[in-house]
Design a protein around this ligand. Sequence first.
Ligand SMILES: [Zn+2]
Length: 262
Amino acid sequence: MATATAMATATFRFYGELNDFLVPRRRGVAFERRFDDRPAVKDVIEALGVPHSEVDLVVVNGRPVPLAHRIADGDRVSVYPAFRSIELDPADRVGRPIPPGERPRFVLDGHLGRLAAYLRMLGFDTWYRNDAGDDELAAVARAEGRILLTRDRALLRRGTVDRGRFVRSDQPREQLREIVERFELGPLAAPFTRCLRCNGRLVPVSREEVLDRLEPLTRRYYDLFARCPDCEAIYWHGSHRTRMERLVAAVIGPPTPGPRPR
Ligand SMILES: [Zn+2]
């Protein structure tokens, strides 16, 4: 039985890394999308595979619109990720950027345990539990203003998640590189100031204070120690940290950066 619903068509174009989410034939080009009624632009964007939490600006017929904006026949829709270098009126943004100078804080999905440890290694406040469910992750992100990192697109489509990032790589070191670059974490890093196990802030302690808890070789060869006040883990400057230092240097650059080569 035929219905009387009128089909309409709008033209979409996605920019920058948002193309990662599209099927190849739609990447980097304008394409048409048919619909009936007048759907919210958020719903069409997500039906095309792009989580709304990745989107920072939507322009319809040359004017910025909110995510709830309803699309009409003939509309031309441009969808942008967070900008690095373009001045935007804050009122036009649909994303919720981190205010300048504020250190981003994160909440990580259960499959990102290694990345969680790496972010803590760089000193970033990182909420992680390997058994956390989607409801809890979304609630923590919302309540604490944390950026939700996940490889689960459905989780990022939730309306309550307004700061999120779909992690592209499945390799922990690549993931770290990606997040450091995307959120410009290099200058904000404070390596080796957080507990890798529980996110607690480490406090320096003397060898004497922890002597009875150390293995004989640790006692003998190391003299820089830190303690986690939350879980009582002890950290020391040793071969393990040297490996981590190499990773930190590879991701955020050497501890005291010299002049950049031209
Ligand atoms: Zn701890």
